[in-house]
Design a protein around this ligand. Sequence first.
Ligand code: AMP
Length: 126
Amino acid sequence: MPIDATQPYDPDNIFAKILRGEIPNDTVFEDEHVLAFRDINPQAPVHVLVIPKGEYVSWDDFAAKAPDVEIAHFVRKVGEIARDLDLVEPGYRLLANIGGHGHQEVPHLHVHLFGGKPLGPMLARG
Ligand code: AMP
């Protein structure tokens, strides 16, 4: 079920549990502020989720509340992770789902990074 992106942060969400080490993950990159791991249900040959370690419900919450330095670090790391996965020349897609119409299911900000094949048009038509 999609979440309401205006809800308060839920510390029991699945990505919070991953950050606390309570649930395993297939880590691609980690530093003090960012974790990137492979999606459990990949929609492309490369499907990585990049999350900040701070408690942000969604991109909207992050954009509104995170300090500039955290936002800059996060954006740079997403770029670096894609570069390190050799995705820049063939190309890749970033996606952040927000709230109900965005079909966001996990209430901790995550950016999907897709690649490894031609990804087709941006949205299904109809
Ligand atoms: P969204 O609809 O943008 O909230 O996407 C949530 C994503 O989290 C989906 O692509 C799920 O497959 C993925 N996901 C859920 N649980 C896990 C998990 N334990 N490890 C890795 N990915 C997960």
